[in-house]
Structures are given as C-alpha cells and as structure tokens.
Design a protein around this ligand. Structure first.
Ligand code: NAP
Length: 275
C-alpha cells in the first residue's frame, strides 16, 4: 500500500532508465500506482518486456524500450518514441547503472569507462534529450539515482563513486540552468537495498549482507518501496520548491560508521573471489 493519494502523478508520463529491474521497476510500480504512465528502458529487451508484463498484471501501463544510455542516438530515439506514444515526458529518472567491486589499482581503463559511461554520460545524454520537450511543455522533473558515496568515499567502487559524484554535480548545475524552463532536477541517494543486481555484484553472501546491515544506524537494509516513495515525493508537486538537492534515503548510513566500515564486508568478498 502506498502512502500518497492515488492520483498524485495523474496525467504524468515518466521515463525510467533501467526500469525493468530492481529499484527502477519498483519506482515504475510506485509511480504507476499513483497515476503515472511509464516508459521503461534498458539494453535488454527481456528485462524491459518482463518488467512491462509485471506492471500490466497490476494494471499499470508501461511502454518497454530497448536503449543503451551510453549511445546518444539511441537515447534521442528513445525519447522521440516516448513522445510519439504518450505525447509528452514529464519525468525522467536516470536510474541505469553498472558497478562492480575492484581495488582502484586493479581497475582497467575499460572497466573505468564502462561504468562512467553508463552513469555519467548516460545521465547527461538522457537529460539533454528530454530538455527541449520539457521546456516546450512548460516544465518537468529529472531525478538522478545516486549512491551515498556520491558525497563521500566509495572504497572498491572508485569508478561508480566518481561517476555518481559527477551526476551530483550535473544535478546541481542543471537545476540552476534549467530552473527558468520549469525543470526541477534532484537526486536520491539510496542506502543498501537487496535488489538482485546489487546483491549479485556487491554482497553475495548472507555473511556480507549481515555485516553491512549491522553497521547501519537503523540496523537493516532499505526496501525497494522505501526508495520509490522518496522518488514519488521528489518528482511530485509536493516538492514543487525543491531543486538541486540530494536526498539520502539510507537509514542513516551517511551519518554513521557504516559508510566506510562497509569495506570490511567488501574486502571479505574480494578475498573470497581471489581464493
Ligand atoms: P539493477 O537492477 O542492476 O539496475 C541497473 C539497471 O540499469 C538494469 O535495469 C540494467 O538493465 C540498466 N542498465 C545497465 N546498463 C545500462 C545501459 N548501458 N543502458 C541502459 N540501461 C542500462 O540494480 P539496482 O540495485 O536496482 O540499481 C538501480 C540504481 O540504484 C542504480 O543507479 C544504482 O547505482 C542505485 N543504487 C542502488 C543501491 C542498492 O543497494 N540496490 C544502492 C545505491 C544506489 P539492462 O541490463 O537491461 O541494461
């Protein structure tokens, strides 16, 4: 059950990158339950079509599109198709990402490029592609999904941390530049949520998961729904005077020792992978 009135996003069209899985799909579900129409896009046709089928079962309309956000031409085509289908795009959620654990000294140029291109380049290409439509229709919302290490250190994820910090900068700069077009630009920084994608890449054992959870001030991981509810707030008119901000939704992670102490669990995983 959601906490908002069912029609909070009525009439809005939201485009969510990485919307076929994990937090992207949960956000699509929550937006849809509050009246929005959805476009969900990622590289894998299976991911977005399965996601759209799941949403259809819940009577939520979602257009699945294949798009690699690293490719500006594919991004332009994705936005054009969304506009052709729904007539407008009111909300863009830059949620697509890639990540993996690696010591900085072992990270190859290719690994660095793979992650920074999805996260930083992809968020910029998508933002750029929706700008003229949002301006033309009198405004819109961009929500960037970051991680708590966007404002701190991201040990063993230097590629992702640098890219997310770059997207935080993008958030702030575009919020200022595009305010006169009626476009609000905000960011959300989730703490750990046990999605399939994050679990398989960042904590793949009960031991690692428990070790991270016990370092969190609230003592537990977040849920997909808790992240999605915060996303609804930021893109809705309830946040009409909020722009250029990053909202941590992290159970206190950024305030406690958990932020850097996660490294113990992560190093344990790395040791396992080298055995
Ligand atoms: P996820 O399910 O693996 O989500 C990543 C999504 O990005 C997938 O749907 C993937 O779909 C898509 N994607 C990857 N590369 C892409 C590309 N080049 N073009 C288009 N789409 C691409 O993991 P998640 O946990 O839900 O993560 C969602 C977001 O939350 C990410 O931004 C992540 O950094 C952030 N976050 C998650 C956590 C957590 O604990 N779960 C914590 C902090 C931040 P395809 O494979 O089909 O392309």
């Amino acid at each position: 059950m959601g906490f908002f009135s069912d029609n909070l996003l009525e009439g809005k069209v939201a485009l969510i990158t990485g919307g076929g899985t994990g937090l992207g799909l949960a956000t699509a579900r929550a937006f849809g339950a509050n009246g929005a129409k959805l476009v969900i896009a990622s590289r894998s046709a299976e991911h977005v079509e399965d996601g759209a089928a799941t949403l259809r079962e819940e009577e939520i309309e979602a257009l699945p599109l294949v798009c690699d956000v690293r490719e500006p031409d594919q991004v332009e085509a994705m936005v054009d198709t969304a506009i052709e289908h729904f007539g407008r795009v009111d909300v863009l959620v830059n949620n697509a990402a890639g990540n993996f654990l690696v010591r900085a000294e072992d990270l190859s140029p290719g690994g660095w490029k793979a992650v920074t291109r999805i996260v930083l380049d992809g968020s910029w290409f998508c933002s750029r592609a929706v700008y003229k439509h949002m301006k033309g229709q009198g405004g819109g919302n961009i929500l960037n999904v970051l991680a708590t290490y966007a404002t701190g250190a991201g040990p063993l994820t230097v590629h992702s941390a640098a890219a997310k910090a770059g997207v935080l900068s993008l958030t702030r700069t575009l919020a200022v530049e595009w305010a006169d077009a009626g476009i609000r630009v905000n960011a959300l920084a989730p703490g750990p949520v046990d999605t399939h994608g994050a679990g398989s890449r960042l904590w793949n054992s009960d031991e690692a998961r428990a070790s991270i959870a016990e370092k969190l001030p609230m003592g537990r991981f977040g849920t997909e729904a808790e992240i999605a509810d915060a996303a609804i707030f930021l893109v809705s008119d309830a946040a009409s005077y909020v722009t250029g901000t990053m909202l941590p939704v992290d159970g206190g992670l950024t305030l406690g020792e958990g932020h850097l102490a996660n490294i113990e669990a992560i190093q344990h995983l790395l040791r396992q992978s080298k055995d």
